[in-house]
Design a protein around this ligand. Structure first.
Ligand SMILES: [Zn+2]
Length: 510
């Protein structure tokens, strides 16, 4: 079928249709009907019936996937069962970790081949740990020369060298000693925070009694959170390039540990955020165990906090508390509306105006151009002239308001919507003219979310509340370190080392 162009459609107006005889009128109507049908089919295209990628699917209508607003979505995979209740032929489907099979849980499957080290580790050095004091009387205790350690374990650690990195192994030996008072005190590996997840067999505990040193754990967390590598790829990478064999389970634990160790840092960052003068806020869809959630970001010039939760207004309090008295820069999402000191992102409105300039309706095109001219003019004047620009802007503001008033009376639905949108949120749209220190767009927050959006497309999100919180914590620390010109991985490695001893982390340097 010949494609109708914008020009064709503009000509088919009421007057033209009224001028036609019956037969040609039916021809035109049929042509329009076919054209609509074709567009309708194209609208219904998604990853399941065309070559479009899954990431382009509408986040609100992902098949069986639940809505993040509901309280508990633990077992709502009913409709997926019909699709894939049979295992793959031959029974070996261990490779496809992204399987939708609801009966298949994450991680190692029962009966699958286990993981073991092919060679005994060769430690470069042995580090002895002695008890310093008797736990009963507090007296100093000495460990006799000939005594043997009561326990020991190997630790792989990563070290940055002048021209690269290397992974080496150390053996840790723990000794006990008998005090004069008769009590035997044993040196113990440090222990810290325990993260519990309902239904998980083993809690995640921060402890020194582990095979992966703090710097290597931070390195693995970096490969995952920053370089977007899957756990399986990280295992492959470590094995081939660094000759270090770690199981997927150990890698998973290291990734989480990095995030969990950062929890207290994030609590500190949220406090710091409340004292900031300008905070950018934005949110993007996220999936947790296939359920729609939202990844929020609040970012200033020196603090960034990420948070995964629902899109409800109360979730905002996890980022912006009642203590906050600064300015918020946001998009038009309703949850932000009640906040008085707010700048509305003009980039969104400009994109809508650009869409209008491409409309079929001529009036809508003209008005789109008008909105675009005034919005861009305001931004340009305020960026170039700052405070001096205010007087120049008053005429533009008046013209913009007139365009809105005219547009809100028009029949074209998108034109009317944009005009009303600006009018309804007028103070927030033009706040940056009265307050030249405010940015007119929310680019900082959108940029901060971009990395996570790409990760979501690769990984399809997180699987547990702990995974979400740990991932958000890592993002918060990485981004804040970036804002402060600090090495995030050195800091995260130190935070893991302290966390394993049960010691609170030091704040991120300013
Ligand atoms: Zn004693």
């Amino acid at each position: 079928m010949d494609h109708l162009t914008k020009d064709d459609l503009a000509q088919i107006d009421r007057t033209y249709l009224q001028s036609l005889e019956r037969e040609p009128l039916i021809d035109v109507t049929c042509k329009l009907r076919d054209f609509s049908a074709e567009l309708l089919e194209r609208l219904a295209q998604n990853s399941s019936n065309s070559s479009k990628p899954p990431s382009s699917d509408d986040p609100y209508s992902k098949g069986n996937k639940g809505n993040g607003d509901s309280k508990d979505d633990s077992d709502k995979s009913a409709s997926a069962e019909d699709k894939k209740s049979q295992p793959a032929e031959g029974g070996s489907s261990t490779e496809s970790s992204q399987s939708d099979d609801p009966k298949r849980f994450a991680g190692r499957q029962p009966g699958s081949q286990g993981f073991w080290r092919s060679e005994t580790p060769v430690p470069e050095s042995t580090i002895p740990h002695y008890p310093g004091h008797c736990v009963i009387c507090g007296k100093e205790v000495d460990v006799p020369e000939e005594s043997r350690p009561y326990m020991g374990y190997y630790v792989y650690e990563l070290e940055k060298t002048a021209s690269g990195i290397r992974i080496f192994c150390t053996l840790h030996h723990y000794y006990g000693a008998v005090c004069d008072c008769g009590h035997e005190t044993k040196a113990q590996p440090g222990e810290g925070y325990i993260s519990h997840v309902e239904g998980r067999k083993k809690d995640l505990k921060l402890t020194e009694y582990t095979m992966v040193g703090p710097m290597l754990a931070a390195f693995i967390a970096a490969l995952h959170a920053r370089f977007r590598m899957s756990r399986v790829k990280i295992r492959e990478f470590l094995a081939y390039w660094l000759s270090t064999e770690l199981s997927v389970g150990t890698i998973d634990k290291s990734i989480r540990e990095g995030g969990v160790a950062c929890y207290p840092v994030v609590e500190e960052l949220v406090q710091e955020l409340q004292e900031e003068e300008i905070v950018h806020l934005d949110e993007t869809p996220w999936y947790e165990k296939g359920c729609l959630k939202w990844l929020w970001v609040a970012i200033s010039t020196r603090v960034a906090v990420f948070y995964i939760g629902t899109r409800k207004k109360v979730e905002l309090l996890s980022l912006i508390t009642t203590a906050f008295i600064g300015w918020l820069v946001t998009d038009g999402y309703l949850a932000y509306r009640s906040y008085k000191r707010r700048q509305r992102c003009l980039a969104h409105l400009i994109r809508k105006a650009i869409a209008l300039t491409g409309a079929v309706d001529e009036k809508a095109q003209e008005m789109g151009d008008w909105f675009l001219r005034e919005l861009r003019g305001l931004i340009k004047t305020m960026t170039e002239d700052g405070e001096d620009g205010q007087s120049k802007c008053s005429l533009m503001l008046a013209r913009l308001k007139r365009a809105c008033n005219l547009g809100s009376e028009e029949e074209h639905s998108k034109l009317r919507a944009l005009a009303k949108e600006i009018l309804n949120d007028w103070d927030a749209v033009v706040a940056f003219v009265k307050n030249p220190e405010l940015p007119a767009t929310n680019n900082d927050a959108e940029r901060a979310l971009r990395h996570a959006v790409i990760s979501r497309r690769i990984s399809f999100g997180t699987r547990t509340a702990e995974g979400s919180r740990a991932y958000a914590a890592l993002l918060s620390v990485i981004e804040t370190c970036r804002l402060r010109d600090q090495d995030p991985w050195q800091y995260i490695a130190e935070t893991i080392a302290l966390g394993r001893k049960g010691i609170a982390p030091s704040p991120i340097p300013q």
